[in-house]
Design a protein around this ligand. Structure first.
Ligand SMILES: Cc1cc2nc3c(=O)[nH]c(=O)nc-3n(C[C@H](O)[C@H](O)[C@H](O)COP(=O)(O)OP(=O)(O)OC[C@H]3O[C@@H](n4cnc5c(N)ncnc54)[C@H](O)[C@@H]3O)c2cc1C
Ligand code: FES
Length: 282
């Protein structure tokens, strides 16, 4: 059950570039959040900003009643959050949205992240470990600067494949190329999880389609309310039993969707994908 609270900032760490780790006290998020869920949050003092912004929950500490966000400061809302001082409050509603579902036993979870899209995979990696399941991270960005917070995966014993477009860290090129290289080694049964820019999510969905793999993607649409009332976040989703795509509210029915159901910009759902949807339940 999401709850709206004043959430005081308890810790702020400036990483490199525009990236920050921000921890807030909010007992309901700290105790109730699942991997892939998010909060709608705004700096309490930013009166000129009427709307909160969505951020994935990166980690929780139920004992301290805190949660942590991995924030890339790109505009007024995210910058105002990163300028809060410890003790100052943000207005925070959460936990929100549909989480990632863990894979069945013995299936390896391949988590594909672009930039700040890595955020929900820290919690997912912890959940996989708790369930005795295997996980592996593919983390891509333009430069090494975009690939921060890699150490927590190493600490959990989760292998990480880095990819940068300029070659400054790991594979030179796209993160989906590193993913395909790994898939070509014919690992056992795998399930894909993706979070990041639309183009990367679409590429992961195409790989899943081509290889007949299950994939869950966390979409990143504009969100105004987070509770299904403004309809700012609707996305076209094709379900198996419907003749045409239906607009779904990403903040409450997502942000995580079965990749096969997402109708990407400029794309039509193929007959093969409809068939796969009917034959293999999510
Ligand atoms: C479910 C979800 C989870 C998210 N998790 C994180 C996270 O963990 N860490 C993080 O840093 N960000 C995350 N985001 C993105 C974050 O919500 C946006 O960066 C934020 O809303 C920007 O607000 P702003 O006021 O700072 O910038 P604005 O002034 O609103 O925008 C600045 C620029 O960024 C563009 N922009 C705004 N929102 C988005 C978006 N969602 N995707 C792409 N471009 C956008 C705008 O078009 C504009 O050009 C998430 C978004 C969603 C939907
Ligand atoms: S953000 Fe308002 S309906 Fe989804």
């Amino acid at each position: 059950m999401p709850l709206n609270r004043d959430a005081p900032l308890v810790a702020r760490r400036h990483l490199e570039g525009a990236y920050f780790l921000l921890s807030f006290r909010h007992p309901d998020v700290a105790r109730g959040a699942r991997p892939g869920q998010f909060v709608m949050i705004k700096a309490g003092t930013a009166a000129e900003l009427p709307l909160r912004r969505p951020f994935s929950i990166m980690s929780v500490d139920p004992v301290q009643e805190t949660f942590t966000l991995f924030v890339k400061a790109i505009g007024a809302g995210s910058r105002a959050l990163t300028q809060l001082e410890p003790g100052e409050a943000a207005l925070c509603l959460g936990p929100l949205g549909r989480p990632f579902e863990p894979p069945p036993p013995a299936v390896e979870a391949l988590m594909v992240a672009g930039g700040y899209g890595v955020s929900p995979f820290r919690m997912l990696a912890v959940e996989l470990q708790r369930l005795g399941l295997r996980g592996r991270v593919f983390y891509g960005g333009r430069t090494a600067l975009d690939l921060q917070e890699r150490e927590p995966f190493a600490a959990l014993g989760v292998p990480l494949h880095a990819a940068t477009e300029n070659g400054s860290l790991g594979h030179r090129g796209r993160v989906t190329e590193a993913l395909e290289d790994y898939l070509d080694t014919r690992p056992g049964d795998v399930a894909l999880y993706a979070s990041g820019p639309d183009a990367m999510l679409h590429a992961v969905a195409r790989i899943a389609d081509r290889r007949g793999l299950r994939a869950q993607v966390s979409l990143d649409p504009w969100m105004g309310c987070g509770i299904g009332t403004c309809l700012g976040c609707v996305v076209p989703i094709q379900e198996a039993d419907r003749p045409r795509p239906k607009l779904r509210v990403a903040c409450t029915e997502g942000p995580v969707f079965d990749a096969r159901t997402v109708v990407w910009a400029g794309e039509e759902i193929s007959a093969a994908r409809r068939q796969h949807l009917r034959e293999v339940p999510a």
